[in-house]
Design a binder for this molecule. Sequence first.
Ligand code: XMP
Length: 516
Amino acid sequence: MTAVGQDPETVFVVDFGAQYAQLIARRVREACVYSEIVPHGITAEELAQRQPAGLVFSGGPKSVHVEGAPVIDPRVYELGIPVLGICYGAQLVARQLGGEVARTGRGEYGRTDLEVVEQRVLFGPDQPLEQDVWMSHTDTIVAAPDGFEVTARTPETPAAAFESEERAIFGVQFHPEVAHTPFGQQILERFLFEACGLHGTWTMESIIDQSISDVRSQVGSGKVICGLSGGVDSAVAASLVHRAVGTQLTCVFVDTGLMRKDEGEQVVDTFHEHLGIELIHVRAADRFFERLAGLTEPEEKRRAIGELFIRIFEDSAGGLEDARFLVQGTLYPDVIESGTRDAARIKSHHNVGGLPEEMDFELVEPLRHLFKDEVRQVGEELGLPEEIVWRHPFPGPGLGVRIIGEVTPEKVAILQDADLVVREELKKAGLEREIWQAFAVLPDIRTVGVMGDERTYGHPIVIRAVTSEDAMTADWARLPYEVLESMSSRIINEVPGVNRVAYDITSKPPGTIEWE
Ligand code: XMP
């Protein structure tokens, strides 16, 4: 029996502190098997109760020989749940079951030749006997535990892969989850389908059906509100909830006037006109410009925008006092980071999005099990337009933090036009999905130029484009010169008042992605 509410084909990725646990979870999901990351402190009792269909032990930064190195409750091996240990995970399996892990001083790093010596479960008959794998280890598994068969070796690792088909326990010293291991996904899939007996039934349709039924049972006939930001997460969350409870959902969209060009109209068009979602659309640009007049200090500007946003949201949601539920676009990485397991009940002022103070909502988080790329797939499946599904992240205070100094309607108009060119050219070059964010910034300076025979004294525009995995760190994007050139000449020609374009070549750290 699986735990209540859990997909019967769920695999747990046990986290031993590697940067690879999330990647493993994603690879398992790519095989259409639902996976969750669990801490290594999970007990045999808990696993016996939750009954995952398989366990994958991740790699980890420690040596199994050091004191305090993470271990797993050894009774886990007696539960009959198939186990695949990867790197540190494999060393731990070897050590806990009586094999030998030695400090040979001859680790392997990077691409390594693997020789398959037995084609059993993990290495199928259709795989080559010589293959490339990606390694990163210092300790070496020199002997598999008794009763286990060594199935592959490398020049430095005599037991680079071992298995016991009978006990359904497997270990691989290399990393099957990385792209540099060409047969890695096949090996993982053989674990999932051959060893765990799974079928790969976790598809986009099943995710959507499950979310819809979860939302229905959570909210019953209650009223739900959702703040739309124009971003992909709130958009996908809102349309899922709408599929589930229809007119019980009302969305609130506060148009601050600081959004990207035509974004406000697009949100209204998509959600109200096309999806038929109840939408309170607040056109608040004038109030924001009035509030921002004379403000130049970045933190003051951010505070002013945030506070006004909350006040307006509060006023607009005023007619919805009976709403008990609030939709949040929380994603799985946020859940992993915060370590929370159960849906939290929060007071609104804890929420960054800006919510009424006195309202006490129960959160509806239909995306809390999904990674960003899965959210995008759900969005596509739900028929949301590509521009919303593939939209780059956008800061809450909007263009307010991309206009240095005082924010005025004139400056917003310049920046919106320049920003549109940057996005259009990036899309035309087919780079939109590779780049984390690309946008324009309007600094608070003037520069001298010459256009025709005339001297000009105009605004410069700075283009910022970065690659990133999670916005914690970022690298400036090496955009091709031709793309930069077309961005630059179009901005100068099409945006009145701009006479110079610069490209920001600062990574994060030391720079932040946004300029303010
Ligand atoms: P920084 O500038 O700190 O930005 O490198 C990291 C990421 O966060 C976005 N960002 C924000 N997002 N509210 C948000 O929802 C904000 O106030 C905010 N400020 C920055 C930024 O666009 C980048 O993706």
